[in-house]
Structures are given as structure tokens and as C-alpha cells.
Design a protein around this ligand. Structure first.
Ligand SMILES: Cc1cc2nc3c(=O)[nH]c(=O)nc-3n(C[C@H](O)[C@H](O)[C@H](O)COP(=O)(O)OP(=O)(O)OC[C@H]3O[C@@H](n4cnc5c(N)ncnc54)[C@H](O)[C@@H]3O)c2cc1C
Length: 425
């Protein structure tokens, strides 16, 4: 066990994809980095479908060979299915991207994927303490100088560093405490999910495709085939729709929705449901700032939109890599001015706002991608790029075209570094 009071170059709270990727980058730069994780890995987590542009952060982390050698289900395509069971043509990523790089991605069991990311950070030199929950930020002169954490033994220990990275996922440990958490005005869905073993799945290169299957009221199922013949299957919709007629129990809610999509009913008719039913709500939010003196927000702790286009892991890994580089640069000059983190915040927000526009359009009952593409056939490529996670581009022409059909939200004025030199308590 590390001695209490020990100092590091950077502290990381949470060993999910954001925390492990930031830790790996910092360790690779030769920095002394400590990761504190509340759980004992491997641990369960939802969020299993990668999108094509996750390739680049995985490549930077040196993990592509391990991904290729893994048992993770390969994913080449996405399919959309109407409630009556009518399916679109599968959309294959290799029709737009290179077949042997970006165009093939994966469906991952998070217990195994997150363990691989954490092992990678350890192998590069990061120190990791599991079963240790951060309870409090240490502050001096209005900046964060470390954390107080509860070790597995129950003892409290303090750790110090010039910067702490909040990678605590949707719990957003510091955003909540700083009052920086902002709900998205429109995205307030409920998700109910479980797993099936031995259910119907496609053959060949379609085996690992993500299916988005619609139910009434702009609700939808995800169908994500994993390895070991497991399928992750979940339904996302407005809470009042899922709980209509007073239904509160997750299994009853889930089973009722299966009947709302013929494709889903058919695929789950064989095989058996396994494990618990999970429910989560209020998972969409933004952080008012990405950085304040001694504190940087990364991954879901910075922002999470909605599961629909599976952008969470791509954004978590990308922000982890970018945060690692930005912290390394600040350590190199011992310059912690907010401007140091402006590009990190700007770049993350550009991607988030592009993805957010697509998510808003998706949930608008008057919208369909087909309509836009029928009028502007060349919009198909840009829609594909955004859906695949190539989100840093200028999509202004696409948004102008989509706005001819449905309104889209303006960018939220959020996510830049806090300009003040002092962090409010
Ligand atoms: C219903 C649903 C479906 C989703 N589906 C997808 C999908 O298909 N594809 C996709 O890309 N994304 C999906 N996501 C999003 C995805 O789960 C997240 O974007 C991703 O896990 C974010 O990674 P992270 O590292 O930021 O946080 P997390 O993976 O949540 O990791 C945070 C870690 O911090 C630890 N922690 C928390 N508090 C403390 C503390 N105080 N002290 C120490 N440790 C702490 C936690 O134990 C955890 O291990 C989905 C999300 C939801 C809600």
C-alpha cells in the first residue's frame, strides 16, 4: 500500500476508459501518475459498442494488435429496423473507410475491455490502487492539490499532485460538488437492459452488427452481439412511455417493449435471458467547465449525451488521450493557466456538439435521415462520418440542410476552462 501523503505528477480518479487512457499517456511521457479506482477490476459496466473512429485513440494507446487478437466480436456495420420488423440494408463502414483500419470495429464486454486498458496503463508505469474510493478533494489557496480517499482497509489516505483528473464517469464526482453539472435541456431518457444467451444472430460479417430497432414514440432498442454467444439488448425511451399504465418493474417494462418490434421479438424468441435487468435514467449532462485550478474533467465526467450512436467510449478514450497530453505539457512548463486547457475543451466540445445535433434530430418525430439524403444525396457521406465518430469536421453545411426538416439545438456555451484563478469551494 502507498504511504498516505505521497506526491505524484497527476492523480486520476476512476479507472474506466477515460482514466486508464489518460494514465497510460501520462506514464508513457514518464510522469508519476496514480489511479484510484473504487471497484475491484474486472467489474461490470454498460457501454459495449465501439464506433469506427475509436480506432485512433486505441492506436495511440498501442492497443490495436491486442484488440485484433482478442475474442471481442468484430463489428462491420449498423442496421436500422422499423417496428414492423422491416430492416434497412446494413450500412457497412468499409464502403467509406479503409477496410483494415477504421472500417472494422468491435463490440466489447466492458469487464474485459476496461481490464485491458487498465493493464496497459500499469504496464506503461502508472500506479493503480483499486477498491479505493475518493471521498474529498484537498484544496489549498483555492486550487485542488490532491484527494482524500478511503482504502480497502477502511483507512483514509491523502495523495497529492499539481493536478487531479476527474474520470469518475456519469457520477461526475467533482462536477457535482462544484455545481458544474448542467442537464441537457432535451435528453432525459430512461434505459432498461439485460442480456440473452443463444438468441438469434446474423451470420458472417453481419454477426457483430449493431441493430437499432425502433418502437413507438421515438423509443428504440439496441441489439449488440457480444462474444460467448451473448447479446446485450436494451430499450431507451421517455420514462413516462416506458412506465405507462403504472408499470414500474424493469422486467415487465422490458418484456412489454419486445412485443413492440417484430425483429426484436423474433431474435429473442430463441435462447434465454440471463442475469439481472438494469435501469438507468438522467444520464445526459454537460460540465460547465473542463478545467479549474488543479482539476481537469475527462470522459463522461465532462459530458455524456445519449447511448443512441455509441459515441461514449470514443469520446472517453479520445478525451483521455488529449487530457494526458495536455497535462504533460502543463507539467513540462509548470504553467497551469486556464489557456493551457482551452484547446482540450474546445476540441471536445466541437465533437460533442456535432454528435448532439444528430442525437436531437434522431429523437425528433418529424426527422428521418432518408429524407435528407433523398434531397441531398451527397449528405450521406457527412452523416456517416459524424455517426462513425469523425466528429471534428466542419459540418455546417450538413446542419443547414438538416434544419430545413427539423430544428437543431444551438451550441451550448459550456465546457471551456474556468477563467478564474480560484476554484469556489
Ligand atoms: C444505457 C447506456 C448505454 C451505453 N451504451 C454505449 C455504447 O454502446 N457505446 C459507447 O461507446 N458508450 C455507451 N455508453 C456510454 C459509456 O458507458 C460511457 O461513455 C463510458 O463508460 C465512459 O467512460 P468513463 O471512463 O468516462 O467512465 P466509466 O466507464 O463510468 O468509469 C468511471 C470509473 O470511475 C470509478 N469511480 C467513480 N467514482 C469514483 C470515486 N469517487 N473514487 C474512485 N473511483 C470512482 C468507477 O468505479 C468507474 O470504474 C452507454 C451509456 C449508457 C448509460
Amino acid at each position: 500500500m502507498r504511504p498516505s501523503g505521497e506526491s505524484f505528477d497527476a492523480l486520476i480518479i476512476g479507472a474506466g476508459p477515460a482514466g486508464s487512457s489518460a494514465a497510460a499517456i501520462l506514464a508513457e511521457h514518464g510522469r508519476r501518475v496514480l489511479v484510484l479506482e473504487r471497484e475491484k477490476f474486472p467489474r461490470y459496466h454498460i457501454g459495449e459498442s465501439l464506433i469506427p473512429f475509436t480506432y485512433h485513440p486505441l492506436e495511440r494507446l498501442g492497443l490495436i494488435p491486442r484488440m485484433k487478437a482478442s475474442a471481442f466480436q468484430k463489428k462491420y456495420s449498423v442496421l436500422f429496423v422499423q417496428p414492423n420488423g422491416q430492416a434497412s440494408q446494413p450500412f457497412y463502414f468499409f464502403n467509406r473507410y479503409q477496410r483494415d483500419t477504421v472500417a472494422q470495429t468491435w463490440q466489447v464486454m466492458r469487464a474485459e475491455f476496461d481490464q485491458m486498458l487498465l493493464d496497459n496503463a500499469r504496464a506503461k508505469g502508472a500506479t493503480v490502487i483499486e477498491e479505493t474510493a475518493v471521498k474529498e478533494l484537498l484544496r489549498e489557496d483555492d486550487r485542488v492539490v490532491g484527494v482524500r480517499a478511503q482504502l480497502a482497509s477502511g483507512e483514509l489516505a491523502t495523495f497529492r499532485a499539481p493536478v487531479t483528473l476527474d474520470c469518475t464517469g456519469k457520477e461526475a464526482f467533482t462536477a457535482v460538488r462544484q455545481g458544474w453539472r448542467v442537464k441537457d435541456p432535451f435528453l432525459n431518457k430512461v434505459a432498461v437492459w439485460t442480456y440473452y444467451k443463444g438468441s438469434r444472430r446474423e451470420m458472417g460479417i453481419d454477426e457483430g452488427q449493431t441493430t437499432v430497432a425502433f418502437i413507438p414514440n421515438k423509443g428504440w432498442f439496441w441489439h449488440i452481439p457480444l462474444h460467448d454467444d451473448l447479446v446485450s439488448i436494451g430499450v431507451v425511451a421517455e420514462g413516462k412511455y416506458l412506465s405507462r399504465d403504472g408499470v414500474r418493474d424493469a422486467k415487465t417494462m422490458f418484456d412489454r417493449e419486445i412485443r413492440e418490434n417484430a425483429w426484436v421479438a423474433d431474435h429473442l424468441a430463441m435462447g434465454a435471458q440471463t442475469g439481472p435487468y438494469f435501469v438507468t435514467s438522467e444520464f445526459s449532462f454537460h460540465a460547465r467547465y473542463c478545467y479549474g485550478p488543479g482539476l481537469l474533467l475527462v470522459g463522461d465526467a465532462y459530458c455524456f449525451l445519449d447511448p443512441v450512436f455509441s459515441s461514449g467510449l470514443m469520446l472517453a478514450l479520445k478525451s483521455g488521450v488529449m487530457a494526458g497530453d495536455a497535462v504533460h505539457a502543463a507539467l513540462s512548463t509548470n504553467d497551469w493557466a486556464p489557456a493551457r486547457f482551452a484547446e482540450y475543451g474546445r476540441s471536445m466540445r466541437v465533437g460533442i456538439e456535432n454528435m448532439r445535433k444528430l442525437v436531437y434530430a434522431f429523437y425528433n418525430p418529424a426527422f428521418s435521415f432518408k429524407q435528407v439524403i433523398e434531397k441531398y444525396p451527397d449528405a450521406a457521406g457527412e452523416i456517416t462520418d459524424c455517426l462513425s465518430g469523425d466528429v471534428d469536421k466542419d459540418f455546417s453545411q450538413l446542419w443547414a440542410r438538416v434544419r430545413e426538416f427539423v430544428p437543431l439545438p444551438e451550441d451550448l456555451p459550456l465546457g471551456a476552462p474556468l477563467e478564474s484563478a480560484a476554484l469556489a469551494p
